[in-house]
Design a protein around this ligand. Sequence first.
Ligand code: NAD
Length: 261
Amino acid sequence: MRLKGKVALVTGGASGIGYAIAERFAIEGANVAIADVDGESAEAAAERLQKIALANISGIAMDVTKEDQVESGVRDVLQRYGGLDVLCSNAGVQHIAGVHELTYSDWKKVTSTHLDGAFLTTRACLRHMYRSGRGGTILYMGSVHSKIASVLKAPYVAAKHGIVGLCRTVAKEGAQYGVRANVICPGFVRTALVEKQIPEQAELLGITAEEVVQKVMLKDAVDGQFTTTDEIAEAAVFLAQQRTLALTGQSIIVSHGWVME
Ligand code: NAD
């Protein structure tokens, strides 16, 4: 029970990596609010987790790009649980296109979901963490694409690099209030976000779906394996349970050795 008594908010928690983190946080004893733009799925996910959790799980509808929804969602979490110790800013989308063909609205959708969403949720949670005197943890879902670029993913790569800058700033500003901020940088994880892009990349690169998996996604993983949602959730628990500021402002790559630094 490494997170017993903590309160965590996980954005994009209705599916994929966010759900796995919410599940692991709950197993480790945390009260978890699952926020997602798909409010029904967030509630369904919370109901599922409540069956295995000892603590209190809730689902809330929250579009992280909407200031009013983020503010009211965080207020609801504080009212319900009386505090907030961990924000996992995880909500994300992908769009596959070359820069020359990318529409402005697709650029804005991807960068806004990742960057505006990270900013708005961070701001709302920090205000509470600073006031409470209890400090806290901000965990950002970056990517290997916080460190390197790949073709066809410009807004995603730009936003994921930007998250590292936000994290480092929050680590510096938050230190005096006992707030840590770190980024988890997963390699490819076989979630809905990745399943969707396999045929899209195949078409644009003129190769088969199998070749996208083997030659694009897993080519440099040391064991040729996808990273799993469980492996990312384990990293999230590790970072969320830290008690000092020794580990802050870092971006930790969890990618089966795809990228090393
Ligand atoms: P996913 O599609 O399974 O889950 C993303 C969730 O975010 C969904 O439940 C979706 O409804 C929600 N969401 C989307 N827009 C939102 C918004 N505006 N407000 C609130 N919720 C919103 O994808 P995933 O793979 O689990 O991705 C989760 C995070 O992990 C993303 O930030 C993604 O960039 C990152 N990531 C994924 C991979 C991977 O290979 N799957 C690798 C590196 C980083």
